[in-house]
Design a protein around this ligand. Sequence first.
Ligand code: DQA
Length: 150
Amino acid sequence: MRVLILNGPNLGRLGSREPDVYGAQNFVSLTKFCVDQAASHGYSAEVRQTNDEAELISWLYEAVDSRTPVILNPAAFTHYSYALRDACAQVSGSGLPLVEVHLTNPASREAFRHNSVISGVATGTIAGFGFHSYRLAISSLPVEPETDDR
Ligand code: DQA
């Protein structure tokens, strides 16, 4: 089973970006961590990152069309992108898991991070556990493969 693990703007800069906030490990390390964790749950993970809202939206369409569960760190788009929310709604609305993840806990940070426009259309949200937010999201995915007669 495949899972798309999608990451929004600035997450490609992990390791050098505000390491006191986001940690010292880089995006390559996050990718490896996710691929390994997914494999141990029977999933083949494809981990992607973009700074481009349109590209992120096109990846969500791809998930819908290929019936692939999504783990999404929307990064700053979390707080204002209604376009991304509407694309996420198509994923969760089609019965696929759409798990919102954050490395940090936005609720304990600046006020502008307290609102997520994504949470309302996510299957669930996991925040505040660093790389382990992704591990917890992976472990939330269904173990059984989807059947055609759903
Ligand atoms: C983030 C939290 C967002 O507020 C921020 O804009 C990010 C990363 C996180 O993973 O903690 O870029 O999504």
